[in-house]
Design a protein around this ligand. Structure first.
Ligand code: EPS
Length: 387
């Protein structure tokens, strides 16, 4: 069984993570993992914290000579800001003036009541998106396992506030790494940056949407056996597990509600003996299983709840109306959220991929993939590519 766990407070000493159940002999490229961590740190609209942090992964267990051993992998990323706030956050002696005014939209209020914390800091430290650093680190490890099987995950930013890019049909030319907002359309990217500047000047924040695409996922990952084994549910659940995410759509997503069946599905046809599809409206998933087409997901992100022009709130200690707490924060996290989304999809894909193919070593997994491909190709008169 593949599983993972993270721990760590935003301003505590470090973030730690454990990945359990990855096959042995996956060759790890640490530089690539650190580059993925750096991609998450970027993006126009970030606040001052990202000038302090320089996220780098350190392996503590499960890896030797840059190869996975098949034992649990343990990693750490240190919070450089901890030294600046040690008096507040030291695990043994930390204390400080309590935060009392919950931010609408944040975990502050529900978490304070749930855990009986009188200081909202005790909630926000774990609720903070700082924790997504470790998800991205673990996801980058999983990416190297999935890449060995030919499975890749990419993302771009489709919308920030009310500025949206045209739909992208051809991903082959997409290079968003040079864009500060990870948007493939340069005119839209400029408008997005202007929108972030305007929100910042107004003391406001902006949400948006990013698109994720998975290529190379073989047919039949996930299953229709039970509600919790369906791949669409697994991926949506993983993405909804991100702090800022309010909606996840697969393929046509919410638009499917207004389409007749003739415009909602993907026709079959034979081309040169291969089964081909007329479109990919289903987003690569039918019956809770991958169908051999690219997986496409649209993810909606809320504007973050820390506004410099604070929203109305209450002081829970004094029992009176008061503006919400203002702490150092970001104006827009959509570009960074897209990188976290890639990580969540990678983390979510490993278990269903391993359920289908198994393997205590990557060699065994690859052997099983090969065997499955051969068997599937022989099943029908028609050759099914990528099955
Ligand atoms: C966050 C607040 C800001 C963000 C942080 C998430 O941090 P700070 O309170 O230290 O200024 O920068 O994001 C990260 C630290 C990160 O690595 O993404 C929050 O309250 O959620």
């Amino acid at each position: 069984m593949f599983r993972y766990l993270t721990a760590g407070e935003s301003h505590g000493p470090a973030l730690v993570g454990i990945l359990d159940g990855l096959p042995a002999h996956i060759r790890l490229d640490v530089q690539e993992i650190n580059e993925t961590l750096a991609r998450r740190q970027g993006g126009y609209g970030r606040g001052g914290r990202m000038k302090i942090e320089r996220d780098e992964i350190e392996f503590l267990a499960g890896v030797r000579g840059s190869e996975t051993l098949g034992s649990p992998i343990a990693v750490i990323v240190r919070n450089l800001d901890f030294e600046n706030v040690r008096a507040l956050m030291d695990p043994l002696t930390g204390s400080g003036k309590p935060l009392t005014n919950p931010r609408p939209g944040h975990a502050d209020y529900a978490g304070a009541l749930k855990y009986r914390h009188r200081d909202l800091r005790n909630v926000l430290e774990r609720a903070s998106a700082r924790e997504t650093t470790m998800r991205v680190g673990l996801g980058a490890i999983c990416a190297q396992f999935l890449a060995a099987l030919g499975i890749t995950t990419r993302s771009y930013v489709h919308r920030i506030g009310d500025v949206a890019a045209p739909d992208l049909d051809d991903w082959s030319q997409v290079d968003v790494e040079a864009s500060d907002v990870r948007c493939p359309d340069s005119a839209t990217a400029e408008a997005m940056i202007a929108a972030i500047d305007a929100a910042k000047a107004a003391g406001d924040t902006l949400g948006g949407q990013f698109i994720i695409r998975v290529d190379g996922l073989p047919t039949g990952v996930g299953s229709n056996r039970q509600p919790d084994t369906r791949l669409d549910g697994v991926l949506a659940g993983a993405l909804m597990g991100m702090q800022t995410v309010k909606a996840v759509e697969v393929g046509l997503g919410a638009d499917v509600a207004s389409k007749p069946g003739s415009l909602a599905h993907d026709t079959f046809a034979l081309h040169d003996g291969n089964v081909e599809r007329g479109s990919n409206r289903a987003g690569g998933i039918e019956g809770g299983m991958s169908n051999g087409q690219a997986i496409t997901l649209r993810v909606s992100v809320k504007p973050i709840p820390t506004l410099m022009k604070a929203l109305p709130s209450v002081n829970l200690h004094e029992g009176q109306d008061a503006p919400a707490t203002i702490v150092r924060s970001d104006v827009c996290v959509v570009p960074a959220a897209a990188i976290v989304g890639e990580a969540m999809v990678r983390l979510a894909l490993v278990a269903p991929v391993l359920e289908k193919y198994g393997g205590d070593s990557i060699e065994e997994t690859l052997d099983n993939v090969q065997r499955a491909n051969t068997a599937a190709a022989a099943l029908f008169a028609t050759h099914q590519e990528g099955v």
